[in-house]
Design a protein around this ligand. Structure first.
Ligand SMILES: NC(=O)c1ccc[n+]([C@@H]2O[C@H](COP(=O)([O-])OP(=O)(O)OC[C@H]3O[C@@H](n4cnc5c(N)ncnc54)[C@H](O)[C@@H]3O)[C@@H](O)[C@H]2O)c1
Length: 244
């Protein structure tokens, strides 16, 4: 398994859920991987389990200074970065009338501004590396409407991906967005949500939610040179939900 041999990757929000799944597979495919998260305990545990080709750095993706530190540490340990997966994100399930300005600004910061900061900081490292691939994790709510705050920011991720793809084509860097449907991660499946998720799954054309590894397969393809002619595009992994 060497689809990412010689590549240096950075994955945000990788202490659990889909980010963790991407990190496990990237390492198995030969990459050196920097994983970041706010959750230091889980991030450190994953890095020590995965071994010497993984570095954990605690990071708040909304902070420009944290991005500078992560890139410096990545370059120091492994070299210039080839792959960035902007994965960290939060969800919010409130109505417009219930949502405070503070809550709204928080989700915009975490889901949207972080993607701008990540690309701005990592692109110079990719230029040193001679090119790269940026994968921005949006959602099917970047394609069709859902909750306030989440939908808006995930549409923004889809939009910034297209703007960045046009600019970055001048630097040998490809930029694409991934749009998962309902995926079995701690964000969605908790004790108190499990019954509702199972009920919702009956209405998905493939009649089930997905496992994180099924999204990782697309992310891996985009990270690898196999996707050499794809940039500025949307990659949907939703069991047919948006086809309905
Ligand atoms: N699970 C789904 O059904 C689903 C569907 C569509 C899109 N997504 C998107 O996929 C991505 C990953 O989701 P997941 O389901 O694995 O979520 P998750 O909640 O399981 O994991 C997200 C990780 O991001 C980290 N994080 C949150 N805020 C952060 C911050 N400010 N700085 C650094 N790290 C931070 C969390 O600590 C956590 O480890 C998110 O962008 C999410 O919006 C998820």
């Amino acid at each position: 398994m060497t689809r990412l041999e010689g590549k240096i990757a950075m994955i945000t929000g990788a202490a659990q859920g889909m980010g963790e799944s991407h990190a496990r597979r990237f390492v198995a495919e030969g990459a050196k991987v920097v994983i970041t998260d706010l959750n230091e305990e889980k991030g450190m545990a994953l890095a020590s389990e995965l071994g010497e080709n993984v570095l954990f750095v605690k990071q708040n993706v909304t902070k420009a200074e944290d991005w500078e530190v992560v890139v410096a540490k990545a370059e120091e340990k492994f070299g210039p970065v080839n792959i960035l997966v902007n994965n960290a994100g939060i969800t919010m399930a409130k109505s417009i009338l219930q949502t405070t300005e503070e809550e709204y600004r928080r989700i915009v910061d975490i889901n949207q501004v972080s993607v701008f900061l990540g690309m701005k900081t990592v692109i110079p490292s990719m230029q040193k590396a001679g090119g790269g691939s940026i994968i921005n994790i949006s959602s099917i709510n970047g394609i069709v409407g859902g909750a306030i705050g989440y939908t808006d920011t995930k549409f923004a991720v889809r939009g910034i991906t297209k703007a960045a793809a046009m600019e970055c084509s001048n630097y040998g860097i490809r930029v694409n967005s991934v749009h998962p449907g309902v995926i079995a991660t701690p964000m969605v499946v908790q004790e108190d949500t499990k019954a509702a998720v199972d009920e919702f799954a009956k209405h998905i054309p493939l009649k089930r939610v997905a496992q994180p590894e099924e999204v990782t397969n697309i992310v891996l393809y985009l990270a690898s040179d196999e996707s050499s002619y794809s940039t500025g595009s949307e990659f949907i992994v939703d069991g047919g939900l948006t086809a309905m």
